[in-house]
Design a binder for this molecule. Structure first.
Ligand SMILES: [Zn+2]
Length: 543
């Protein structure tokens, strides 16, 4: 590579004009003149022509297989009216065969608070089971045939931690199922077969590479996902580094007891130089807008604190068991109460577990709210803070869904990345794809501006996040070198320095020289993984 803008993310955060790569390894970084001596007959020269290159992007909280299924299941994400929803589903029913019609991406805002009635599905595929998963993954709409299969009728009680929505004035199920009620039908769907999942994961990797992503923390791992990654690696098609977190059994039935023990025990045979699974994902709480995020102070106009999925004792003993076994912890924490519970459990495990495990690197993810007293604890407890910054912007969601339940003072402190960074914590960025937007530049722009990256601020003059903005340097660290730390890859990735593997991205413009509001418009021109070009832009626009 010559004639850059190479932002190396080395210790001095220095810039270089050029870099030489051989056999997948960065062998030299420096001036054009210095690097030219490495050019031989068989060298491919990439002329950066002033464009910016930097280390490949790391996503610190992502669900790649789920995202990949967007391309093999019926995707209704774009349906912005009931008519379009029905149209998309009908088209899928003609295209995709099988006993089940599986769709994902249902937008709940098309309907009232009780969700849709499944009569809208009539006539689409009455002889098949229809399962339309919500964009949030917490609720689903199913047809009557699927309800019957699960034995859900007017006599069914709501399961613990779940809701069966009913038709107005009756006990008849409407087809909208929430949380554990969704699971009652979900668990009857045929397990995903390996071939389809490989196809989905291949598509996910292509989409990630096209956005400059070269490593991920995959937070939904079971035996099936391990088999998928292994098959792709054996075929030479694995184009991201992976640290996978095995999903804990606390909330989801599929990952329970014996099964979980076996997956943990046997994980080693799925690991390689590119993949490891020494991590466990634990759900500590829920979400703000559903008032299931666990808070330290009550919700506004309600006298409750949200929900911790585990009692303090239960969480502590779970964490201790995994910690003692040498597993790193990855927590879903949204509220400040959840963040505190997770940090307390980590602290207890570190105080009472084997000393050699103090080096384990844990992560709290999402981090809508963190109490000021807990900010320094990330650094103290060797724990990374993964923020879902695309959610931390001033938009209609914040205004209509978070303001009413949290109040303005707490909304101001949502996604407090600056406070954690200033307290010395290792800050990270995650998309939570496919529940969030995969594009890291959307999140990076959001982290700088805290304004709606999709266009004019949909909440008008309402703007509250000024205190928690961070600069581009901090965010690039979060998405590169800090990410390499999170997956123990800092010796091989995270910066463009001699001796490291060549994971890098080339943008069509220099992110430091443009208006922050234009960052999400930048295009990835090329992505290199382990010295191989895995994406080269051919068209002019983002997909
Ligand atoms: Zn997630």
């Amino acid at each position: 590579m010559l004639n850059g803008g190479i932002y190396t993310v080395d210790a001095a955060r220095s810039w270089a004009e050029a870099a030489a790569i051989d056999e997948g390894i960065i062998v030299a970084v420096g001036s054009n003149q210095y690097i030219r001596q490495f050019i031989g007959d068989a060298t491919e020269v990439i002329d950066l022509d002033g464009r910016m290159a930097m280390p490949g992007i790391h996503d610190s909280h992502i669900h790649p297989l789920e995202g990949g299924y967007e391309s093999v299941y019926c995707d209704v994400t774009e349906a912005d009216s009931v008519d379009r929803l029905v149209g998309t589903l009908s088209a899928c029913a003609r295209r995709v065969e099988g006993e089940w019609l599986n769709a994902l991406g249902l937008d709940w805002s098309l309907f009232g608070v009780d969700g849709p009635d499944n009569s809208i599905l009539d006539g689409i595929a009455d002889d098949r089971y229809i399962f339309v998963d919500g964009v949030d993954g917490h609720s689903a709409l199913v047809n009557d045939k699927a309800l019957r299969l699960a034995g859900i009728d007017e006599n069914s009680e709501d399961p613990p931690q779940g809701v069966i929505e009913r038709r107005k004035g009756s006990r008849e199920p409407s087809g909208t199922l929430r949380e554990a009620a969704r699971d009652m039908v979900d668990k009857l769907r045929p397990p995903r077969d390996l071939a389809t999942s490989i196809q989905a994961m291949r598509s996910a990797m292509q989409r990630m590479n096209a956005l400059g992503i070269t490593s991920v923390y995959d937070v939904w791992i079971g035996e099936h996902e391990m088999q998928v990654y292994q098959a792709l690696e054996e075929a030479g098609e694995l184009t991201v580094r992976v640290l996978g977190a095995i999903t804990d059994d606390g909330v989801f039935e599929r990952h329970s007891g014996e099964y979980l023990e076996r997956v943990i025990r046997e994980r080693g045979r799925y690991e390689s130089d590119l993949i490891s699974y020494d991590s466990i994902k634990i759900f500590v709480d829920g979400v703000v807008e559903g008032e299931t995020a666990a808070l330290l102070e009550p919700y506004k106009n309600a006298d409750h604190l949200g929900t911790l999925n585990h009692s303090a004792n239960d969480l502590q003993s779970r964490v201790q068991r995994f910690y003692d076994a040498g597993m790193q912890l990855h927590f879903h924490t949204m509220g400040d109460g959840a963040a505190r519970a997770a940090l307390d459990a980590i602290e207890y495990a570190r105080d009472n577990g084997p000393a050699e495990h103090l080096e384990l690197r844990h992560t709290l993810s999402h981090l809508g709210l963190i109490d000021p007293a807990d900010m320094p604890r990330f650094a103290e407890l060797n724990t990374g803070a993964s923020f879902t910054l695309a959610w931390g912007t001033t938009d209609e969601w914040t205004y209509k869904l978070e303001m009413p339940v949290l109040g303005k003072e707490r909304v101001k402190r949502l996604y407090p990345i600056r406070s954690v960074a200033e307290a010395g914590g290792m800050v990270l960025g995650g998309s939570d794809w496919n529940y969030g937007d995969l594009d890291p530049l959307i999140s990076i722009e959001a982290g700088i501006t805290r304004d709606d990256p999709y266009g004019p601020n949909s909440a008008g003059d309402f703007k509250v996040f000024d205190d928690e903005t961070v600069n581009l340097e901090t965010l690039i660290d979060a998405y590169t070198i800090n990410g390499a730390w999170q997956i123990h890859a800092e010796e091989v990735a995270g910066s463009i320095e001699p001796g490291k593997r060549a994971d890098l991205v080339i943008y069509d413009r220099n992110l430091f020289e443009i208006d922050p509001y234009e960052i999400s418009e930048a295009q990835v021109d090329l992505t290199m993984f382990d010295g191989r070009v895995v994406y080269r832009r051919s068209s002019d626009t983002k997909e």
